[in-house]
Ligand binder design. Sequence first.
Ligand code: AKG
Length: 342
Amino acid sequence: MKESSAANIGEGSNEKHVNLRKREKQSQLLISRQKLEMATTCSIPMIDLHDFPNQSSKLMAACEEWGCFRLLNHHDILPSTLMSEMNSVAKSLFDLPVEIKRRNLDVVIGSGYTAGTEKSPLYEAMGMYDIPVRYDVETFCSQLDATPHQREIITKYVGAVHELLMSIAEKLAEGFGVKSENIGFQNWMFQFRMNKYHFTPQTVGLTGVETHTDSGFIYIVQIDEGVCGLEVMDKSGHFIPVDPHPGTIIVNLGDIAKVWSNGRFCNVKHRVQCKEPTIRLSIASGLLGPREAIEPLAELVNIDHPCVYVPTTYEDYRKFRFSKDLQAGEALVLQQTSSFVN
Ligand SMILES: O=C(O)CCC(=O)C(=O)O
């Protein structure tokens, strides 16, 4: 009796195991097919926000293979009118006298107003770091003498883009079978940055921003509707242009996404090249990481996949990367656990 019931239990669990393996195989096959499709079309993947959970495996494949994608159907959260209004506000804020723009002070190195550095002479930027804890929209607007209309647009935009980042982060957690409520993305640090590239006929062919990875988790980049220039590096080391595509927005994964996913996600290398003799604007908003230590998701660490990175806080990692002047993800190699260091 005991034996037979043990045998029945064994049969049932065996069947479950076979089904599980079958499903795992099917989803691996699907991801491989999607990776192949992406590699052969030579353009970054497109993810439709309206088509979840159907697009979940496509999203995960995009994050593993490219570390970036175009997002479609995000307008319920971030309407296109708000995006173009924000673009106009950014344009007019960059037109302010430099002594006003300089009031946008750094919270950490490089987070506030910056213009024409030795490495990036064509680049100018303004931003808020760790909103709303260490730099809030009100302070930013007051320092820049923003009009009531500009304040309204910036406030709405920052709120919408944060909501969109939450929605993407949630889908990434779900893709790993993890409940996003347990992660607390809401409390993660959040940054907003407006970029201006002073491109002229003389600068065509030059670099606007050097090859780099983003240090945080995920970034939404609104690129100038009419001006090309952004390029992302594919797995083979070639730069692929990411030109404006109406109705879409770019999402990039940074170094913290690679840590969080225990090395599975790609922290995309990217740069901005001057391709047209025209001023170019972009607006980047990033979910950076938790205030406490970040380490690989426990669900992704097991005997076959040991923990790749030592725990660190986002800010310590950011400082470390900056102090070593390793801006293209190389600093992450120095954060690997002893089992990964040669
Ligand atoms: O301007 C762009 O298109 C991209 C900006 C960028 O590289 C960044 O925000 O990290």
